[in-house]
Write a protein that binds this ligand. Structure first.
Ligand SMILES: *Cc1c(COP(=O)(O)O)cnc(C)c1O
Length: 422
């Protein structure tokens, strides 16, 4: 698309935007009595207006029915994990049986690694990205130690080439090939939280499988942001959280993907709980765990209804929009932001955009590495009504979310940013 640096052009794009009506389904925080420019949906997605109603309905069913609500509420609690299956499957490119909403992200990462990281004397290494989100680092290191191994000899952390900020796909593939006899697991983010780089899930998965390794992705910044095809790409497992692009509320419900090829594989080691047990005999409380087929068999506990209700409100919006339309708008929205930022005279003296410039290698987020006065500039943005995100030592992350942000907001942000760096 050919962009123009003017408010009237931005407004024209908004008028032509087929998704423009979805903004009105969300609640926006205010700053200085004005609607904030909220570019932090990558950290905590906004609240859909429908959330309150659906959570209230569950509270009211609980009040009226007590324990009977498990079977007799309008959305019987006993089956609640089934209500979001199809919706989640579409978002991550899976079959409904391959996904389930459960727990929190880091918990799920551990559960998945319990099954898919099974080091042997010969095959024990994990390939991951250097500078992964801290929780992922801790999860991976503690899993390694849990197996009695030393992270220093077990963990391969991929770093960008000198002077660069993101990884070349060929370098990832090369490391997998070089370590092909010892690698047990390749574990990466889908979209890197700091740089916004969207990894080539398909190529990485193929390389890992050629090497005889398992492969898993942390989709915290990818689910609801970019187009995913986990089933077709034959990813072994994936995890995500619900509160970022999926707008499920603070601490919201997370989820997992386990590829269909493991649906009936009862030889995989796993940590078990009653909610993963064969549904028909779950309440017989019998000895001997027999997992449900598919991702459901990794559930531990009974379903958190209030979090699940909040998630449903948002997933129904995703169902209406569809990921293809969302991604299409996202490419233009973030493309416009990049265009405006790069139109700032001598912008290179003030910041560089470390997110890949190839739109296929990023989601909606741009990470701006500030060359001087980064924190001061960030504070000026805040004063001017922008909610963005500051990451030490000097990155401002901005994420125009196609579900509820506008081209006009992108234009206004660029104006505010231009003034702030002066
Ligand atoms: C947000 C995020 C987390 C947070 O983990 P929780 O278990 O949800 O607290 C972990 N990893 C990545 C990559 C994230 O982006």
């Amino acid at each position: 698309m050919k962009f123009e640096p003017s408010l009237s052009f931005a407004r024209k794009l908004d008028r032509q935007d087929p998704l423009r009506s979805f903004r009105s389904k969300f609640l926006f925080p205010k700053m200085n009595n004005r609607t904030a420019i909220y570019f932090t949906g990558n950290s905590l997605g906004l609240q859909p207006k429908a959330t309150k109603k659906i959570v209230d309905e569950e509270l009211s069913d609980w009040a009226k029915l007590g324990v009977e609500g498990h079977l007799h509420s309008r959305r019987p609690w006993l089956y609640y994990h089934k209500f979001s299956k199809k919706l989640l499957a579409k978002i991550v490119g899976a079959k409904p049986g391959e996904v389930v909403a459960m727990n929190q992200l880091t918990v799920n990462l551990h559960l998945m690694m319990a099954s898919f990281y099974r080091p042997t004397e010969k095959r024990y290494k994990i390939i991951t990205e250097a500078g992964a989100f801290s929780s992922d680092q801790y999860a991976v290191e503690s899993q390694i130690k849990f197996h009695g191994l030393n992270p220093a000899h077990t963990l391969i952390e991929l770093s960008p080439r000198p002077g660069e900020y993101t990884l070349h796909t060929e370098d990832i593939l090369k490391s997998i090939t070089e370590n092909k006899n010892e690698t047990a697991l390749v574990m990466l983010g889908g979209v890197q939280y700091y740089t916004g780089q969207f990894f080539d899930i398909r190529k990485i998965t193929q390389a890992a499988h050629r090497a005889g390794a398992m492969v898993g992705f942390d989709l915290a910044h990818a689910a609801g942001n970019v187009s995913l095809h986990l089933h077709k790409d034959e990813v072994d497992f994936a995890v995500w959280c619900g509160y970022k692009y999926l707008n499920s509320g603070p601490g919201g419900l997370a989820g997992v993907f386990v590829h269909e090829k493991y649906a009936a594989d009862n030889t995989l080691a796993r940590l078990a709980g009653w909610w993963g047990h064969t549904e028909k005999e779950r309440f017989q409380m019998k000895k001997g765990f027999r997992p449900m087929p598919g991702a459901d068999g990794w559930q531990l506990s009974n379903f958190p209804i209030l979090s699940g209700a909040a998630q449903l409100a948002s997933l129904k919006i995703f169902e209406e929009v569809g990921m293809p339309a969302l991604r299409k708008k996202s490419l233009n929205l973030t493309g416009y932001l990049e265009y405006l930022l790069k139109s700032i005279p001598h912008f290179e003296n003030h910041f560089s955009i470390i997110t890949p410039s190839n739109p296929q290698a990023r989601g909606c987020q741009l990470s701006l590495l500030m060359k001087k006065n980064g924190k001061k500039i960030f504070d000026r943005l805040t004063q001017a009504g922008v909610i963005a995100d500051w990451r030490e030592p000097g990155v401002i992350r901005v994420a125009p979310v196609p579900l509820y942000n506008t081209f006009e907001e992108v234009f206004m942000f660029a104006e505010i940013f231009k003034n702030a760096i002066r």
